[in-house]
Design a binder for this molecule. Structure first.
Ligand code: MG
Ligand code: MG
Length: 272
């Protein structure tokens, strides 16, 4: 069942979305060469507790994971793209880090992700990140009242293909609101003018992710971490978006990071 949210409920989701956007921006500034992934995890735990927010990841136990998740972030490095477990790893020059986070405040949830490079960027990695960001913005633009869910999926697929990347359709976006994962599934490729009609009040997480040279994935033995099958680098961008009568509204817009296209995806180790 798809629950359309009232204007008041979308405002409450926007409060959560603002916090998620701010914390992601903060984490992307903390991430630098020499920083341990666990430092990022502990930073996020502290900020979430201070805000009185609740992590949607903590104790999350879907069918595919091994045991309940005991972290508030997914941190996926290089060939890891989704559900990476924070662990004792010190970031190295040129690492491509994806940070994904979902929290609830007063019962309303927002979910967002970004990818950054720490230290010296490889142009191919910048291009990969750019493709996910451009695909995300195209998908947001397609989230118009009166449109169809397939318009969003098609927009992602079109951008990915225009960059020369293939799309894996096993994992994609999702409805969101009272919980992290609600109906409908938002596929990362599809046909325009097909599928669910987009109505004001629909709230969805849109999340293109790409692997440099494959659309195949493999799982780590932890049952969580998803990597590109060929070990090539990966990127992931996600926003929580509301369809409103006046058009799409991004609820997790970040203070500085998100310019829509290229953006400052690369950051220097000396920046923070
Ligand atoms: Mg997410
Ligand atoms: Mg999500």
């Amino acid at each position: 069942m798809i629950e359309l949210k009232s204007a008041e409920e979308i405002e409450l989701m926007a409060v959560t979305g603002q916090f998620v956007g701010e914390l992601l921006a903060e984490l992307s500034n903390v991430a630098a060469v020499g920083v341990n992934l666990m430092d990022l995890e502990h930073h996020a735990r502290r900020r979430i507790a201070e805000r009185g927010a609740e992590s949607c990841y903590w104790d999350y136990a879907p069918s595919f994971g091994r045991g309940p998740f005991r972290n508030v972030l997914c941190l996926s490095v290089n060939d890891a793209v989704l559900h990476g477990l924070p662990h004792d790893y010190v970031l190295r020059d040129g690492d491509l880090l994806s940070i994904d986070m979902a929290v609830g405040i007063d019962g309303w949830v927002a979910d967002s992700a970004l990818s950054v490079i720490v230290g010296t960027p490889d142009p191919a990695d910048l291009r990969l990140i750019e493709a996910t960001e451009v695909a995300l913005e195209a998908a947001v633009t397609a989230a118009q009242p009166g449109g169809r869910l397939g318009d969003i999926s098609a927009a992602i697929g079109e951008v990915a293909h225009s960059y020369g990347y293939r799309v894996n359709a096993e994992f994609g976006g999702h409805g969101i609101g009272r919980t992290m994962h609600e109906a409908p599934h938002v596929a990362n490729s599809g046909r325009p003018r097909r599928g669910l009609k987009l109505e004001p009040g629909l709230t969805i997480a849109i999340e293109p992710w790409l692997c440099h040279s494959t659309d195949k994935i493999r799982y780590d033995r932890d049952g969580w971490t998803i990597r590109s099958a060929d070990g090539s680098r990966t990127a992931h961008s996600e926003h929580t978006v509301a369809v409103t009568a006046s058009g799409p509204r991004v609820l997790t817009r970040r203070p500085a990071h998100d310019t829509g296209s290229a953006g400052p995806a690369a950051k220097s180790a000396n920046a923070s």
